[in-house]
Design a protein around this ligand. Structure first.
Ligand code: SAM
Length: 489
């Protein structure tokens, strides 16, 4: 499908004939493929050269990467044998020379990396110099979770990311990606922005990755061309205005707002910021400097106190993207307020149950446990009260780490626990599967009992955990969740 005529005419007039034509031509080329590694599951992910030899420190404080006592360092990532350089603005980002079949890569299913368009990895760079570890971050438009997982790695075990998605179906995909990433510090909500705005001055960082007309996706997603219309631009702009209003309400004085879209459209980019400054200018202050190397090809600008960053595919190696950052002035006023609790969600866990649950985590002293319906959940203590406040007021569909159910005092682990970066691997025998067995496991097919010990096993491929299986004699009960099962042949 060709580019929408009105779009092409507009960029030619806005950027001039030469640059406009270069942009249109770039939109007809092959998009780059990129991934972002999970630092808690890939040893030394952020250190050049360290990934392939599997050594190096792991940021984030989860202990050694998905292992205990340093004995279990997972293997290098085969997906990086195909690496074609690093994403310059993201320490964990890599370009790939060709697009692999991610569906058949066990590391993809283990949450060792996220397939994320390179330009959008820039939101992490905007937070360099901002203290985010241990802080509360709101990701207001979060599905499928690319940026949520990035924020979760930055926030670390003492921080909290509230990842919201208004569309319930998309919110389930978001929750699946959060489980797989395994940081245990995310609460997934599915509500309207105004409900989160009700948590006034509560968040240290608020990110609005707004629904938009998607012009920046015209290369990667050809359907976006057919869905584009001037009418849709207007609708998106109205939604963006509302989202920015609620985001600002939720932000603490001194906190940082990140606004981003994947469109080139001025009305939805700089225009949205100008409209916001119409009512918020007195409270907006410049965020810290953001270092941008000229070789990255990013067009930097300003709108009032906002620093802005435009990614054009003919200049920067990524899709079309717009990002902006501003600080809410320290003297902006406003009281930290939370909505009234409407329901009790968390029930306590008795001592015997807590002792069994503590056995399954690496840092039991940093965690507490609660019961929701009949499932036991684990939370990092630092943010447990915050999650409780959210769950009592809003629809939270997933939070912390689902540990599982207790039967006669023993834990039947939830699949999410296998992905958890703070899992104590000594709690359960590990079965390492070969490639063929791994695919059978991920397809939820029967597998031979050979690699398994009697009872519950952690199922691993290349040292990375994928789920659980229970061996009873010669039979193996595959506990991989149906919703994650590979269907593709
Ligand atoms: N941040 C995501 C990521 O990095 O994977 C991509 C988000 S996408 C650009 C925008 C999302 O906003 C969509 O999932 C859409 O369903 C959601 N959305 C649309 N209207 C919304 C609203 N009024 N409030 C919250 N989310 C909304």
């Amino acid at each position: 499908m060709t580019l929408p005529e009105k779009f092409a005419a507009r960029v030619l007039s806005e950027l001039g004939p030469e640059e406009g034509a270069a942009l249109c031509a770039a939109l007809d080329t092959e998009p780059p493929v990129s991934v972002r590694l999970n630092p808690a599951k890939c040893a030394g992910a952020a250190e050049p050269g360290a990934v392939q030899d599997g050594t190096g420190a792991v940021p984030g404080g989860y202990g050694s990467p998905q292992g205990n006592s340093g004995t279990d360092v997972p293997a290098p990532l085969p997906v990086l044998q195909n690496a074609d350089g690093r994403v310059p603005w993201c320490a964990d980002g890599y370009y790939l020379a060709v697009r692999p079949q991610f569906t058949f890569d066990s590391d993809f299913h283990a949450g060792a990396y996220y397939v994320q368009e390179a330009a959008s990895q820039f939101v992490g760079h905007l937070l360099q110099g901002v203290e985010v570890a241990g802080r509360r971050i709101l990701d207001l438009c979060a599905a499928p979770g690319g940026k949520t997982t990035l924020y979760a790695s930055l926030a670390g075990p003492d921080g909290l990311v509230v990842a919201n998605e208004i569309d319930r179906r998309r919110a389930q995909v978001l929750a699946d990606n959060v489980r797989k990433w395994g940081t245990g510090n995310v609460a997934v909500t599915t509500c309207e922005a105004r409900q989160l705005g009700g948590f006034e001055a509560w968040f240290d960082v608020v990110a609005v990755d707004a629904p938009c007309s998607g012009e920046g996706m015209f290369r990667k997603d050809r359907d976006a061309r057919g869905e584009w219309s001037e009418g849709n631009v207007k609708l998106c702009a109205a939604t963006q205005d509302e989202l920015l209003r609620e985001a600002w309400r939720a932000l603490k004085p001194g906190g940082v707002l990140i606004y981003s879209t994947c469109t080139f459209n001025r009305d939805e980019d700089e225009g949205a910021l100008e409209r916001m400054l119409g009512w918020a200018e007195d409270e907006a202050a410049q965020a810290g400097e953001v270092a941008v190397d000229a070789s990255w090809g990013i067009v930097c600008g300003r709108v009032g106190a906002f620093r802005t960053f435009r990614f054009y595919p003919h200049r920067a190696r990524g899709e079309g993207f717009f990002a902006a950052v501003v600080r809410k002035a320290f003297d902006a006023g406003g009281r930290c307020r939370t909505p009234k609790a409407r329901r009790t969600v968390f029930a306590s866990v008795d001592r015997a149950a807590a002792a069994e649950l503590r056995r399954w985590v690496n840092s039991p002293e940093r965690m507490c446990f609660a019961t929701v319906a009949d499932t036991r959940y684990g939370y990092y203590v630092a943010q447990a009260e915050a999650v409780k406040a959210l769950a009592e007021a809003l629809p939270v569909i997933y939070s912390g780490v689902a540990m599982g159910q207790l039967f006669k005092g023993r834990l039947r682990p939830d699949p999410a626990l296998a992905f958890f970066c703070g899992l104590n691997r000594d709690a359960v025998p590990a079965a390492e599967l070969d490639e063929e067995q791994t695919l059978r496991f991920l397809r939820r097919q029967e597998i031979g009992a050979g690699p398994f010990a009697e009872g519950i096993n952690l199922v691993c491929a290349r040292g990375r955990a994928l789920g659980f299986a229970k061996r009873i004699g010669n039979r193996v009960n595959n506990m991989y969740p149906n919703s994650l099962r590979i269907i593709k042949q």
